[in-house]
Design a protein around this ligand. Structure first.
Ligand code: PLP
Length: 410
């Protein structure tokens, strides 16, 4: 098998697995209890908090463990809305407006405004739609042809009632790395009260985010994208930000995200984060070289268009391990099935909606026509891949493309 779908999930790193095993066996204490067995779990969770915090230059008390990137994104958006609503309610209570009989109070009529991008993951887009259903206005910024949004675009969209801006760090389909810190600084330059969130699920542990905590207020990450276990993630919440709890119940995660901790999962996440952080430059260099080698091979196939920004050797504008292409005259889905028969795992940019294959919203947002977008394929590499693997995948794909094009002629 050749695994080239690391943006979907990654194989667990030995260091993460090794760190988890004791907590799946003898170290089963509930971190909230008072005896030594429990204290071991508590210490392990705290250690993981430190390991995750280090990746973005945060303090451990600013890291809140969740069940994954999707929950973190939901919490960021819904939490920001609830915090804003609470502030509106307090402002009304002071001015006495909400008390006026027969009048619609601000809490009854939600209002408010958020800014995000048209190329976010569905964890953000569906949550933004949910907020719309509550009366929030949402601006979906349209990126340029390479998937970038910029600070002036965001500033132009800011309204008096804007309470949140959410721009992803790196795109999961086309690998575009957004100028997130620049945008966050620009937003805070004009309005300190607007929260800035970034979905860093594809970037955390993959590229340098060392000083992100200085710039953003909220950041989502997920363990299984960097060699940790599935079902665990985190939300960074900058110290001092008034942000309510998402899951109510016990006092875990400082009372902000209740529920007995997934100790083994959290420990695995921490170990994977630490290992990625320690080896990040070697990983970036290896993946960038592999990506360039595979793109060079794929360029021999006629009708291949690269999606997203691409420059050989560059890992500042595009994720090092990301290759996204549209291939003229083929269906990406058919190519995927044929690649799978040859033991090659990749993905396409289309999403299955009500049984129909819809062209990817990301590819459409960067201007690809429907039939171009339908011919999309994504290969995402990890530091475990080799040049032999990427060469073989490119050669197999070249054969598949000529077979599919031959079929399509009749
Ligand atoms: N955000 C982005 C950019 C992603 O790529 C993903 C997963 O692919 C998620 C959020 C959701 O993360 P999780 O699978 O941990 O729920």
């Amino acid at each position: 098998m050749i695994y080239l779908d690391n943006a979907a999930t990654t194989q667990i790193e030995e260091t993460a697995l090794g760190a988890m095993l004791p907590f799946l066996k003898g170290e089963y204490g509930n971190a909230s209890a008072v005896y030594e067995l429990a204290r071991n779990s508590k210490r392990a969770v705290f250690n993981a908090r430190k390991q995750c915090a280090a990746v973005i230059g945060a303090a451990p008390n600013e890291i809140f463990f969740t069940s994954g990137g999707t929950e973190s994104d939901n919490w960021a958006l819904i939490g920001a809305y609830e915090a804003w609503k609470k502030k509106q309610g307090e402002a009304c209570a002071v001015s006495g407006k909400a008390e006026a009989p027969g009048k619609t109070s601000v809490t009854e009529k939600a209002g408010g405004h958020i800014i995000t991008t048209a190329t976010e993951h569905h964890a953000i887009l569906r949550t933004a739609e949910y907020l719309e259903s509550l009366g929030v206005s949402v601006t979906y910024l349209v990126p340029d042809g390479e998937g970038f949004v910029n600070a002036s675009q965001v500033l132009e969209a800011v309204r008096e009632d804007t309470f949140l801006v959410s721009v992803m760090t790196a795109n999961n389909e086309i690998g575009t790395i957004e100028p997130v810190c620049e945008i966050a600084d620009a937003v805070h330059g004009v309005r300190k009260d607007i929260l800035f969130h970034t979905d860093a699920v594809q970037a955390f542990g993959q590229i340098h985010l060392d000083s992100f905590a200085e710039h953003v207020d909220l950041l989502s990450a997920s363990s299984h994208k960097l060699g940790g276990p599935k079902g665990v993630g985190m939300l960074y919440i900058k110290d001092g930000i008034k942000f309510g709890s998402f899951v109510r119940g016990g006092m875990q995660e400082s009372g902000r995200r209740a529920g007995t901790e997934n100790v083994a999962g959290i420990v695995g996440f921490g170990a994977a984060a630490e290992a990625s952080f320690a080896g990040i430059d070697a990983k970036i260099n290896k993946e960038t070289a592999l990506r360039d080698r595979m793109i060079a091979e794929l360029s021999n196939i006629t009708g291949v268009i690269i999606n997203g920004p691409y420059e050989k050797g560059d890992s500042a504008k595009r994720l090092p391990g990301n290759i996204s292409v549209c291939i003229k005259g083929i269906e990406g889905e058919s190519a995927l099935i044929m690649l799978d028969r040859e033991g090659i795992c990749a993905s396409s940019g289309s999403a299955c909606t009500s049984g129909a294959r819809e062209p990817s919203h990301v590819l459409k947002a960067i201007g690809r026509a429907d039939d171009e977008a339908k011919g999309s394929l994504r290969f995402t590499l990890s530091h475990h891949n080799t040049g032999e693997e990427t060469d073989r995948a490119a050669a197999v794909l070249a054969e598949i493309v000529s077979k599919l094009r031959g079929r399509n002629r009749f």
